[in-house]
Design a protein around this ligand. Sequence first.
Ligand code: NAD
Length: 449
Amino acid sequence: MTTTASETLTRRSFLESAAKTAAAGAALSQLPVERMVHAADNDTVTIALVGCGGRGTGAASQALSTMGPVRLVAVADAFKDRLEGSLNGLKRQFDKKVEVGEEQKFVGLNAYKEAIKLADVVILTTPPGFRPYHFAEAVRQGKHVFMEKPVAVDAHGVRMVLEAAQEAKKKNLKVGVGLQRHHQAGYIETVKRLQDGELGEITSMRSYWNGGGVWDPRKTREQVGSELEYQLQNWYYYVWLSGDHICEQHIHNLDVINWVKGFKYPVAAQGMGGRQVRIDKKYGEIFDHHFVEFEYADGSRNYSQCRHIHGCFSSVSEYVTGTKGHANVGGHTLVDFKGKLLWRHEGKAKDPYQVEHDRLFDAVRNNKPHNEAERGALSSLTSILGRLATFTGQRVTWDQAMNSKIVTMPDDIDYDDGVWKGTPPTKPNAQGEYPIAVPGNPEWFKRLI
Ligand SMILES: NC(=O)c1ccc[n+]([C@@H]2O[C@H](COP(=O)([O-])OP(=O)(O)OC[C@H]3O[C@@H](n4cnc5c(N)ncnc54)[C@H](O)[C@@H]3O)[C@@H](O)[C@H]2O)c1
């Protein structure tokens, strides 16, 4: 890569500040600094991966495919087998770009703190319940971050992320959030045209994540040592870890609508949902369908559906209606009310997962502004608001959701020397069944908001 002297200086000073933080961390952990910090004497950007699952492995591979010298230098996961599986795959693919010895592998619930110390950029891809805590720690340690969506599963987590996002700005840290549609040319151009008024005033919006769902629970009770481990293995089915699929997946579509609205967020939501098909106790406590009407300050509404039921109508998409016609936002087309095509995005699509990492690493190397944390947090709150509306069956306002004092993450969970300790907030009865939210029940309202 050709660079100018000033670019090199800028980049070096950036990396040095990250390296200094890493050196301070290394002193604390008494590990030899020179083995861990590559950034101080060259342009190599070092990476730590926290959460070595499907997406974490993918994100690390995208980070290792960015321009300029990069090295993966630390990995952390709650489970050793997940860590090893991911690392072996990355080593096969990237060979010398992976420099992770036994001392740079960290297992357990506090593993993230050690891994974060060793790198310039950290990738946070655990279940999202942990994200606010990991993000706050990364910012505290002065590290650049790529974190997956959602960035929180409750209002407490959203507030933590908003606070850390401000801190990150002060420290000039770069933060990418895995809402990759913002890095997809077709979306960018469609949203711009809508914001420029090509369809007139936007009067209504629709968004969908309807499909068959994700993986079935990975472990049975008999295969694990404790309820905590059981829930961590099968994290998707527990609200404190995933936020429910309305947060986990549908956030993408809700976020697109917030974007179309010019980064304005709903003022209230009401909806309905439940467990119709996925009712076995192994499916924890989340719903299998939600319908939510999100209300914006200008009176327009986003009619949102998300469903995890096989054999039904499937769609992952967003649509917008204006005073002059309709847009298929994900299909990148505008039509008039007679269905005549007004515009279609042309051009070869670049992989948005790669583009989001290219932009983040370019910002890190060349000191360009890049901080997606705040809007990631506000779109996360949008999906939490939707869940609160369907779980309670009430109209819930944005302010009620944002100011909720409920903290879903327990403060006593830990993993030490092969033993999982602490109690998850959701507990099964003697038959292994979990309490499921009952819309309309005032007790549930108090429990949730
Ligand atoms: N942007 C996208 O399109 C996209 C696609 C897939 C997943 N994701 C997001 O990525 C995140 C991870 O999803 P996934 O599919 O990779 O899940 P996964 O289960 O495959 O991976 C999660 C990993 O985190 C580990 N883990 C759990 N708790 C941990 C902790 N406290 N500390 C360290 N490691 C911990 C698990 O053992 C597991 O290896 C989710 O937030 C998901 O929404 C985003």
